[in-house]
Design a protein around this ligand. Structure first.
Ligand code: AMP
Length: 284
């Protein structure tokens, strides 16, 4: 595995792969890798000739009071894990190379960003859509792999790729969880032992709602209440949102008729955790 540290070198490699007709898969990450990230690399490995993983803590997707500075970083460890997962090239550019002096172009995906984390973290998806667009131009992948863990991110990027005719297939992969159900996240390292123990209420609440859904429950309020009641059993949990939304538009819905996403964001102290589950009614 090779680590590429400049945009220029990455672009020239991508150009040569394109000439050679190689299929390229891209796995965008912010590093501090875990099995969730590695599951995306494994999927790319099966589909593509060349697997590129980017590691870039993207400053434009963090709000002014968020954890950009504190976000965990460990390139050496990431290199070992990525290599083990079959990544061919690790692309780890510097912020000043991605956003040089005078940088002023941003991608705004409207509508689908009005809800959930889009509403709670103004500017977040503008930063995500911008950096992912840049990565698509730099690496020129046929396929790009994202985790369903960030369900709204998948919906936003699918919309962006459709709207801007980007020749990239967005592939969403399932959420990878710890044995107790907690979704893997680089931010889990912020949790105290007690918070980590109580964080299980997110997935437990979603699992309860899913059970009700499987039994035939389609009403949003009933499903959301099952999640909320479970989360509230954890004294250290502060709910940011519990929402049932349409799987494509991310707009809140009352009743499930097609594909819905039941999504939660919960604070433990300063740490904000998200999780979700897709609830699909088969059309007849
Ligand atoms: P991040 O480094 O947090 O920006 O995540 C990079 C990619 O990994 C995103 O597409 C995430 O959705 C995905 N990802 C993060 N955590 C998980 C997880 N537990 N399971 C599956 N994918 C994940």
């Amino acid at each position: 595995m090779k680590t590429i540290e400049t945009v220029a070198e990455m672009m020239s490699l991508a150009k040569s792969w394109r000439r050679e007709g190689k299929t390229v898969g891209l796995v965008p990450t912010m590093g501090y890798l875990h099995q969730g990230h590695l599951s995306l690399a494994a999927a790319a490995r099966l589909d593509c000739d060349i697997v590129v993983m980017s590691i870039f803590v993207n400053p434009t997707q963090f709000g002014p009071n968020e954890d950009y500075e504190a976000y965990p970083r460990d390139l050496g460890h990431d290199q070992a894990l990525a290599e083990g997962a079959g990544v061919d090239y690790l692309f780890a550019p510097q912020p000043a190379d991605m956003y040089p002096k005078g940088y002023s172009t941003f991608v705004n995906v409207e509508g689908v960003t009005d809800y959930l984390c889009g509403a709670k973290r103004p500017g977040h998806f503008r930063g995500v859509a911008t950096v992912v667009s840049k990565l698509f131009h730099i690496v020129q992948p046929e396929k790009a792999y994202f985790g369903q863990k960030d369900g709204q991110q998948v919906a936003v990027l699918r919309r962006m790729v459709r709207d801007l005719n980007m020749p990239v297939e967005i592939i969403a992969r399932p959420i990878v969880r710890e044995a107790d159900g907690v979704a893997l996240s680089s931010r889990n390292v912020y949790l105290t032992e007690e918070q980590r123990q109580q964080a299980v209420v997110l997935s437990q609440g979603l699992a309860k709602a899913r059970e009700l859904f499987v039994q035939g429950e389609r009403n949003g309020n009933v499903l959301k209440k099952a999640v909320t009641d479970t989360i509230q059993t954890a004294p250290l949990a502060n709910i940011d949102y519990v929402q049932l939304v349409d799987g494509d538009t991310m707009a809140p819905i009352q009743q499930i008729t097609g594909t819905a996403m039941l999504a939660v964001a919960v604070y433990f102290g300063e740490t904000r955790l998200i999780d979700n589950t897709l609830l699909e009614v088969e059309s007849e």
